[in-house]
Design a protein around this ligand. Structure first.
Ligand code: ASP
Length: 575
């Protein structure tokens, strides 16, 4: 429509102009002789004034086109960009009518998420949601611009493919032409991006859709988007610094936040030791301390466990009632730590707690000195398996960090966690990859593959922003023999390797450049930049926690004919 303007382009300087606006009616105030209308468009809200010469039925969410003269508003609304003016309508046309909407379309809405997602097209009219999609778009734009400027090209990889080993369950698509066979939707473009390196593309990226059939959480969706990057002939430092440049550009272009580089780095080992997690929120201190050296000779059996670690909660002693301490114990049990004890720094230089009968004066002094204890500090000591104790205290650290207001919310904090182990044991005790099977072991650890694979470290890195894993990647194996060895350690037989990865292993034979890459989570970045902790807010049409698309109702049954064509018979059905 010619001459159409957005609400936000109108201000005091527009007074006297004749303009045309379009949008949805957000609110009507009827004063008899005059009607005031809040018109919502893509960018904001502007007030229309309708004299009683307009004998026209108007309701909320009608789509209208209005033309008129901009005039000064008698009672300005400082919350609106166009709050100083209003449009005195000369014409108003209803372009489309609307029935009463099932949710209030405003930032403040009391609608349940289920309702919002069912009517997502209405929910998306809420300015807050428009803003998330706007930020998401700006992140993508900055990514395209920055990576292109660094010599990267975007290449699309297949969606109908074979299973990619990122460790989750696959989404499968039955084949009609080869009945009884299935495509898998990619958990990531991992294999193809490595093949692109072998194909000489050298610098690849893709804003790539990935599919993982996992239990869902507030920051996880079955289909999600990665900024997927791979490059040849670059070492780890070069890859990290390229990514720092990308993040800097993304933050600056999407929300105008200036990021300082280089980012801090911490090894996986130190992250677990000091923060009890591989994604530490380093916006606040409150580190875990190994107190086993101080307490190991105590007669208390718990202190002889593999790990005895402490965290000090400043000033929390007076409010740590019996109830709080009991809660800590039940929390510790959830983490399968053997146990937890608390000590209070009651007087200026004295510790108090039932466990004190097992703590000598020397130990007490050492604790006070090492933990730098002050009056009213609460000391929480957990003991048991090293990882479980660390995770437990890491969770407490976060909880208290939030509760005590130690986290500076106006600041973004960037951290690389590096040198992850190559393997870990899963719940059943089998060896699995910490990242994925293509991750390159550290050169110096290669001999350990034969003797003690769980000790092997990898050339890998995760990007952590404010305690969120925003991305992760690694240098890749580019030697066929090492790749084979890794598959074998993961329990794959020669037959499995040939069937699942034969095409990939073949490619290694024809000249493979050293390469590495990363994938950044576009959804999580948008959450961080938009300031929401719900991933569904930043995806136009998300799935709910049951992996259902509430808007379309997918997944849904299909006709007998379709099943027949695919050679499929349903054995079990959920309604
Ligand atoms: N493909 C990996 C992932 O999706 C990331 C990478 O290693 O580049 O987590």
């Amino acid at each position: 429509m010619k001459d159409r303007v957005y609400s936000t382009s109108l201000d005091a300087a527009s007074i006297g102009e004749t303009v045309t606006v379009t949008g949805w009616i957000s609110k009507i105030r009827n004063l008899g002789a005059i009607r005031f209308i809040d018109l919502r468009d893509r960018k904001g809200i502007v007030q229309l004034v309708l004299s009683d010469k307009f004998d026209i039925d108007l309701r909320n969410e009608y789509v209208v086109k209005a033309s008129g003269t901009v005039r000064k508003r008698e009672t300005p609304n400082p919350r609106l960009k166009s709050g100083e003016i209003e449009i005195e309508c000369e014409s108003l046309m209803v372009l489309s009518k609307a029935v009463t909407t099932p949710l209030i379309i405003a930032d403040e809405t009391d609608a349940l998420e289920d309702t919002r997602l069912k009517y997502r097209y209405l929910d998306l009219r809420r300015p807050v949601n428009q803003n998330y999609l706007d930020i998401r778009h700006k992140i993508k734009l900055a990514t395209h611009e920055y990576l292109s400027s660094q010599g990267f090209i975007e290449v699309e990889t297949p969606i109908l493919t074979l299973s990619t080993p990122e460790g989750a369950r696959d989404y499968l698509v039955p084949s009609r032409t080869k009945k009884g066979n299935f495509y898998a939707l990619p958990q990531s473009p991992q294999i193809f991006k490595q093949l692109l390196m072998i194909g000489g593309i050298e610098k690849y990226y893709q804003i790539a859709r990935c599919f993982r059939d996992e239990d869902l959480r507030s920051d996880r969706q079955p289909e999600f988007t990665q900024i997927d990057i791979e490059m040849s002939f670059m070492d780890q430092d070069e890859i990290l610094s390229l990514n720092e440049g990308l993040i800097k550009e993304i933050f600056s272009k999407s929300i105008g936040y200036e990021v300082e580089t280089p980012f801090k780095r911490i090894s996986y080992k130190d992250a677990i030791e000091l923060y009890g997690t591989d994604k530490p929120d380093t916006r606040f201190d409150l580190k875990l301390v190994d107190v086993k050296p101080i307490l190991h000779s105590s007669e208390f059996n718990g202190f002889h466990a593999e790990a005895v670690k402490a965290i000090v909660i400043p000033g929390a002693a007076p409010t740590a009632s019996r109830k709080v301490v009991d809660e800590l114990s039940s929390e510790a049990r959830k983490y399968l730590a053997d146990g937890v004890v608390t000590l209070k720094m009651d007087k200026a230089r004295q510790l108090d707690g039932s466990i004190m009968k097992f703590i000598s004066i020397g130990m007490e002094n050492s604790l006070i000195y090492t933990l730098n204890l002050k009056k009213d500090d609460l000391v929480i000591i957990a003991y048991g398996d090293y990882m479980r104790v660390s995770y437990f205290l890491g969770a407490l650290r976060l909880k208290y960090g939030k509760e005590l207001g130690l986290i500076k919310e106006d600041k973004y904090d960037f951290l690389w966690v590096v040198d992850f182990p190559l393997f870990e044991k899963d719940v059943e005790g089998s060896i699995t990859s910490v990242h994925h099977p293509f991750t390159r072991p550290k050169e110096e650890d290669i001999p350990l593959l034969d003797t003690d694979p769980l000790k092997v470290l990898s050339s890998s890195y995760d990007l952590i922003i404010n305690g969120y894993e925003a991305g992760g990647g690694s240098l890749r194996i580019y030697d066929e023999d090492i790749q084979k060895k890794i598959f074998k350690i993961l329990g794959l037989s020669d037959e499995d390797i040939k069937n699942r990865f034969g095409f990939f292993m073949d490619a290694f034979k024809y000249g493979t450049p050293p390469h590495g890459g990363i994938a950044l989570g576009l959804d999580r970045l948008t959450m961080l930049l938009g300031g929401t902790d719900n991933i569904r807010d930043v995806i136009a049409f998300p799935k709910n926690l049951n992996a259902i698309c509430p808007t379309s109702g997918a997944p849904a049954p299909v006709s007998e004919d379709q099943l027949d064509e695919l050679g499929i018979e349903i054995k079990r059905e959920d309604n």
